[in-house]
Write a protein that binds this ligand. Sequence first.
Ligand code: BTN
Length: 242
Amino acid sequence: MLEGPALPWKVIKLGLIGSTQEKAREYLASGHGAGTVIVAAGQIDGRGRRGRSWHSPEGGLYMTASLRPVGEVGLVPLMGGVAVAETIREMANIDVRLKWPNDILMRGKKMGGVLSESGWAKGKINHVLLGVGVNLNNPAPHWLPEATSLSEELGRLVDVDSFLDILLETLDRYIPYLESRPELILSSWKEMSQTLDRMVEVTDEDGELISGLAVGVDPDGALLVDYGGTIRRVVTGVLELR
Ligand code: BTN
């Protein structure tokens, strides 16, 4: 399981940097432990899942939290998505949805994403870098018609610092559940899911295309797809809704 930080979050706010993931790694290496949160005003080398880049102009939220692994680490990405979605709901009272594993969608368009990277030592995970990128006051990338930002949806700017505060409080609430009540993370994710009971196409980690009905999520966060009558477990992959 993962524990919440023993100390309060230690938030380090930076200007324009390469990537908060890399900066968080540097901080970890120099002795800044779990609970360190790197926040950037913008990133020139922001990274998305599966080697994609993450457009990170000023106005968005770009942060990486270092977590200490103790528990169902497989649920960290889903937990991150749930925490971001709840934060948006609390800030703006709008109906955000989650696409497996952790895309944050509004009206079917992507507003944010979560990148969870584990660091290993002696055969065990010894830290997880939970990266969150949300289009807040920045315009969504115009070359991605399937993207949006919170300010575009609301027609007003939002306070990025308040967003971060609520997000960290929400993460604090959820992190202990990784050990004590993982079913609560799953039930929150399912309640906000825009994936379950939908026809999907998933390219799994081996590059295999699996299409079928998304019927469930395993306790470790793997997606279950009914593939011609056989239930396939997809641990990680790229998913399209059909
Ligand atoms: C995705 O949907 O592909 C995940 C996007 C994650 C982007 C965030 S922004 C903060 C952190 N630093 C990075 O370089 N990436 C993550």
